[in-house]
Ligand binder design. Structure first.
Ligand code: S6P
Ligand code: ZN
Length: 185
């Protein structure tokens, strides 16, 4: 079992250590996720949108373990939408998750299986419970790095396909300087 302990930086939520894996997501990886695809194509495809540092001390898919991860989202926009994570349902729909914001300001966007989408503002110290059966995505609505710590069950799994093909029922857009959810027609 891989349990060498990583370290947490409480200001940024960054986790470091030999057992931490990092996943990076660039503008090129976000193809199809934004309303304004020409605006996305205008940006440098190699530009970093977000990265995830994850510590997986139990085998993936095994019931009973917990995973810890930090997501760091760069400030930026694609058209009037913010830099954001792809978003997913958990493959095991009845698996929930905690998010705790460390730095920056953002929005946790939640969509239930009936297609009802809401968002919760994120700011340093805010704690968010993602109920089971809810798709989740985070947008950086500020002008500095947004970082948050996440904890989820090792058998949650990730269903990216449903969001990649159908999206959320509403998009978080910058409307006259304020983040607002706008239903997708
Ligand atoms: C995992 C958890 C987070 C996300 C991360 C990136 O269940 O919700 O660690 O993986 O915020 O988002 P995404 O949608 O690209 O996985
Ligand atoms: Zn998740």
């Amino acid at each position: 079992m891989n349990t060498a302990h990583p370290r947490l930086n409480f200001s940024t939520a960054e986790i470091t250590g030999a057992t931490v894996h990092e996943k990076r997501c660039t503008v090129a990886d976000m193809q199809g996720y934004y309303r304004d695809e020409p605006a996305r194509q205008h940006l440098d495809p190699g530009k970093l949108v977000y990265r995830v540092q994850a510590w997986l001390p139990a085998p993936e898919g095994q019931e009973g373990g917990l995973f810890l991860g930090t997501t760091l989202i760069e400030p930026g926009r694609v058209g009037d939408e913010y830099f954001m994570t792809k978003g997913h349902f958990h493959l095991n729909r009845n698996r929930s998750e905690f998010y705790i914001t460390a730095a920056g300001s953002g929005a946790l966007i939640l969509m239930d299986e009936n297609g009802r989408t809401v968002f919760e503002p994120m700011r340093p110290g805010s704690i968010h419970y993602i109920p089971f059966h809810c798709a989740h995505r985070v947008a950086n609505t500020g002008d500095s790095l947004l970082s948050f710590l996440a904890c989820w069950p090792s058998d949650a799994g990730h269903d990216y396909g449903t969001i990649a093909s159908r999206g959320f029922s509403a998009r978080l857009r910058n409307i006259n300087g304020t983040p607002a959810l706008v239903e997708v027609a």
